[in-house]
Design a protein around this ligand. Structure first.
Ligand code: SAM
Length: 282
């Protein structure tokens, strides 16, 4: 598990012996935070690599392959996203992409682990000024508790979490989806990353079912993400009257997206036949 001395590589092991790894130039940092084991590496070809509890969070070169599909499909499908809540996302990549939308007046990020924010600020060039943006507010705390207690309302909620174990487990529960639904404005969108399509199929189906019990509509899409056991899945919950099948191409102009293509939004919904059949059975 983890760093392999002989190969000089970091390898994340998924179920059934499936591995995703990076050759390492330098081991930069390793610590046990209050919540998880945090490791940072300089890789040979992908910049810095952030690892939490043995799982790859991101590599600097290519992190947009995760942050673009997580943020822009919902931001462009919502007619006027002004208030956005991010849960997790300590590296600042999601906040950065959200703030690129001129409609945004306020973006609140609730990250449980302050060390992830600090290490990302010091060692990585991911946030690119997002934390200093006057529209951004960072709260160090548990997203579950925040949603239970807040009186604020949001147009879009983005869950950029670790996988459904440890501090992130509750972020995939029906009770949490219900709090999120209640915290959205009458017309709102919710998105969460939901793991590897092939390797976490059961977790994905459970989250899909729980979201269907709560939201007015639920959509699934997947995307190839550098560093993850791709394709990676995402689940979108709709509250009220928003068509997630359509995005605002005028607002997309000038975003200069590299991975997610708003002009081909419909291609997001292509899925392996067996996934379609599994979802249809739910
Ligand atoms: N943005 C990354 C990427 O490019 O893949 C993804 C991972 S991000 C670093 C995941 C964050 O979710 C972690 O920093 C973790 O501390 C945070 N997290 C996990 N459970 C949480 C919870 N219950 N409330 C708030 N943040 C949580």
């Amino acid at each position: 598990m983890g760093f392999n001395e002989r190969e000089n590589a970091f390898i994340e092991w998924y179920p059934r012996g499936y591995g995703v790894g990076f050759k390492v130039k330098e081991r930069l940092f390793e610590t046990q935070t209050k919540y998880q084991r945090l490791e940072l590496y300089e890789t040979e070809g992908f910049g810095k690599l952030l690892v939490l509890d043995g799982t790859v969070q991101l590599v600097e070169i290519g992190e947009e392959s995760y942050h673009e599909p997580l943020v822009h499909p919902v931001m462009l499908a919502h007619p006027n996203p002004r208030r956005v809540l991010i849960i997790g996302g300590g590296d600042g990549g999601t906040l950065r992409e959200v703030l690129r939308h001129k409609t945004v007046e306020k973006a609140i990020m609730v990250e449980i682990d302050e060390m992830v924010i600090e290490v990302s600020k010091i060692y990585m060039n991911v946030a690119r000024g997002a934390f200093e943006d006057p529209r951004a507010e960072v709260i160090v705390g548990d997203g579950v508790e925040y949603l239970k207690n807040t009186d604020e309302k949001f147009d879009v909620i983005i869950v950029d979490s670790t996988d459904p174990v440890g501090p992130a487990k509750m972020l995939f529960s029906e009770g949490f989806f219900r709090s999120a639904y209640e915290t959205l404005n009458d017309n709102g969108l919710y998105i969460t990353q939901s793991g590897s399509v092939y390797l976490f199929t059961n977790e994905l189906l459970d989250a899909y079912q729980s979201m269907k019990n709560v939201f007015d509509e639920v959509h699934y899409f997947s995307f190839p993400v550098i560093g993850y056991a791709s394709p990676w899945s995402f689940l979108v919950g709709v509250k009220g009257d928003i068509d997630f099948g359509k995005v605002d191409l005028e607002r997309a102009k000038g975003l200069g997206l590299y991975y997610y293509d708003p002009e081909r939004h419909e291609t997001l919904f292509q899925m392996p036949r067996y996934v379609r059949e599994l979802l249809e059975r739910r």
